[in-house]
Write a protein that binds this ligand. Structure first.
Ligand code: AMP
Ligand code: MG
Length: 310
């Protein structure tokens, strides 16, 4: 996509004034503010109605800029060299003299950091003299935004400026990995775990896999399209939307497919936009066929399981 420098400069100006704006990333759109400013970070929580105890991911241009705020280690360096910029978020120890807002971290001694790949946001980050705190640009507990119209649908004029960047290429949030000691995945996301395992040459534990949680009450509702969802459904009812992993030869009017041929990367990319399309339709509930639990299918299942607790 063509980069519009005037828009990037406008974004920079607003961020310098501690305003919040929406920014494109390869995963989903973010609601960004100066991560060193309490005022900017408070605005992010307020606009999203995000609980104060849910800390924000901080976005950097490169590893050099991160040195001021975090202690780095070998695992981080290996993954950074091979996968960044990209859809991976690292949990690291925060340095004592870091200026990151304590509103952003909820006073935690660790920091979630990421290096987004989208060329527009990379240009913006390069021009700023602070990193960006940026959770996903959606009301708390709802599905993320993958294009600017999603943000307008969700927030109207509440967000001062949307930096246009087209449709997000990956379409689901970043994979979060705690790399402080024995690496472990805290959130499944747009980067397949097998890629991380290949680089670190070991099996990685997943410590937040909702499919392993048996009591429904343990699950936090998240990624909700605002409609009830039934999972692993073989035959849908006619009055519910039926979400399919691939297009069928005989499509009924209530069928919505995530990819033409069942490709899981394509399906992850389309997940949120198809759920939003269903929300705008006449259907008041969603049935989902079984999605293969491998590669990005694991991330799709993670989001659908959480969404089904609505
Ligand atoms: P979002 O940006 O809205 O997609 O969500 C960011 C995710 O990062 C949330 O699940 C947070 O709980 C998680 N997160 C942020 N900071 C930390 C941290 N220091 N330790 C563990 N998880 C974190
Ligand atoms: Mg989010």
């Amino acid at each position: 996509m063509k980069i519009n420098l005037a828009n990037i400069k406008k974004a920079q100006k607003l961020l310098n004034k501690r305003e919040c704006i929406a920014i494109p990333t390869e995963t989903v759109y973010g609601l960004a503010g100066n991560a060193y400013s309490d005022i900017a970070c408070k605005k992010i929580f307020k606009i999203k109605k995000r609980p104060k105890n849910n800390p924000l991911i901080i976005h950097y241009y490169n590893q050099k800029n991160l040195l001021k705020d975090c202690n780095l280690n070998d695992n981080f360096m290996k993954l950074y060299k091979n996968l960044c910029p990209g859809p991976i978020t690292f949990i690291l120890d925060l340095k004592k003299r870091s200026k990151i807002s304590r509103i952003a971290t909820n006073k935690k001694k660790t920091l979630a950091v990421r290096f987004p790949k989208h060329p527009v946001t990379r240009q913006l980050l390069k021009r700023l003299n602070f990193p960006l705190a940026a959770p996903s640009a959606n009301p708390s507990s709802r599905i993320s935004a993958v294009c600017s119209t999603d943000i307008i649908d969700d927030f109207g004029k509440k967000i001062k400026f949307i930096l246009e960047g087209g449709k997000s290429k990956i379409g689901v949030e970043s994979t979060i990995i705690d790399v402080r000691e024995k690496p472990k995945i805290l959130r499944l996301g747009g980067l397949e775990i097998s890629k991380i395992e290949k680089i670190l040459k070991k099996k990685i534990i997943i410590s937040n896999n909702p499919s392993k949680i048996s009591a429904p009450g343990q699950l936090r509702v998240h990624y909700s399209p605002g409609l009830p969802i039934r999972l692993n459904v073989r035959n849908s009812k006619n009055d519910e939307a039926y979400l399919l992993i691939k297009k069928r030869k005989k499509n009924k009017s209530n069928f919505y497919f995530l990819s033409k041929k069942g490709d899981l990367v394509e399906a992850a990319k389309n997940l949120y936009s198809v759920l939003r399309e269903i929300r705008k339709s006449k259907y008041k509930s969603i049935a989902v066929e079984q999605i293969p639990n491998k590669g990005l299918g694991k991330t799709i299942n993670d989001r659908l399981i959480r969404a089904s607790k609505f």
